[in-house]
Design a protein around this ligand. Structure first.
Ligand SMILES: Cc1ncc(COP(=O)(O)O)c(C=O)c1O
Length: 325
């Protein structure tokens, strides 16, 4: 309860989430929150919306639960709500990343947020809000959560993986009051609860103000690492490889010319000691090749060296242009 109280205070203040501590269910991270949301809210065969591209850990949950997913394209304003309604008006839930679309990085515009909420209220549908890294916005304040717009229709998922560390395996669901027992019950069926020792330590860390001080500090650390990586890429990366504009998070997205095979390229970089994630498998339709570059865990010199190595890997793996192509 102490941790639930601390998290409720934190998300109310920093994310404009409307909740009481009783609505906070501690999870083993957002991955478990996504699974719980699917189990509690939906039945096999139900229709849902998911963004295209999307986080593979989320779409895998939808597939595992035998849900019928309509993948909805995103543009500069985020998920195209009108297109979603046209393609699948009777969906029971929308799984979205409104603060920072995964993996492309744009926030969902206010007009789209209102349209999504209006649809959910009209249709008695649910919005599952995956708010995985919104604390890490470098220009201006983080966008408020969608949960604050419609607390009775939104299931809010938060994680400590990004702002603390991923091996902690702690996160939280903020559920509408009528769903608390169902979420708590489903969570207990999986593994009863997260380790209570860790929960006590985290509660004390939050209560004493250290958590918020840590977030203020890492914003500066990650902003500097991000600036280093952007500058290094601009110096070393060929002109036909472009950076996706973004202002938050712990990764950058590098677009490759269409003829590149990003999956193969990710294997080549791995063999050379650089871990990148290919983007094209995150798409359902109209896949674009690209690489996700995480900068959170690396010192500026490592990022500079990696950008130089990435350049030579790109040159080595450059597909030869076919005549007429
Ligand atoms: C968009 C998104 N959702 C969910 C997760 C899973 O988070 P967790 O580590 O809390 O399970 C991640 C982790 O990278 C993510 O990027």
């Amino acid at each position: 309860m102490e941790l639930r109280q601390a998290i409720a205070d934190y998300v109310r203040k920093s994310r404009a989430v409307h909740c009481e501590p009783e609505q906070v269910v501690i999870t083993a991270g957002t991955q478990q929150g996504l699974y719980l949301a699917g189990r509690v809210l939906l039945s096999s065969g139900d229709r849902v919306w998911a963004e295209d591209p999307a986080y593979p850990g989320m779409t895998a949950v939808l597939d595992d639960l035998d849900l019928v997913t309509t993948r909805v394209g995103v543009d500069a304003q985020g998920i195209d709500v009108d297109a979603a309604i046209a393609a699948c008006p009777n969906a029971r839930a929308a799984f979205v990343t409104p603060s920072h679309q995964y993996p492309l990085g744009m926030p969902l515009s206010m007009a789209r947020r209102n349209a999504l909420v209006a649809w959910a209220q009209r249709s008695n549908a649910w919005i599952v809000e995956d708010d995985y890294d919104s604390e890490l916005r470098y220009a201006g304040h983080p966008f408020p959560s969608m949960q604050g717009l419609a607390p009775s229709r939104v299931i809010y998922l938060g994680t400590l993986s990004k702002v603390l560390f991923p091996s902690l395996r702690l996160g939280y669901v903020v559920a509408p009051s009528p769903l608390i027992d169902a979420f708590a019950g489903a969570r207990a069926l999986l593994d009863r609860h997260s380790p209570t020792a860790d929960q006590h330590v985290l509660a004390a860390y939050m209560r004493e103000g250290l958590f918020e001080a840590h977030i203020r500090r890492i914003r500066g650390v990650y902003a500097a690492r991000r600036a280093t990586l952007i500058a290094a890429l601009e110096r070393h990366i060929p002109d036909d490889v472009t950076l996706q504009p973004s202002d938050q998070g712990m990764h950058l997205l590098l677009w490759l010319p269409q003829r590149f095979d990003d999956v193969q390229l990710a294997k080549s970089t791995l063999a050379d000691g650089i871990v990148v994630r290919p983007i094209s498998p995150m798409y359902n339709a109209a896949a674009r090749p690209g690489l996700m570059l995480g900068f959170g865990g690396f010192e500026p010199e490592e990022l500079e060296a990696a950008a130089i190595r990435l350049r030579s890997i790109l040159d080595r793996n450059r597909p030869t242009r076919r005549t007429g192509a």
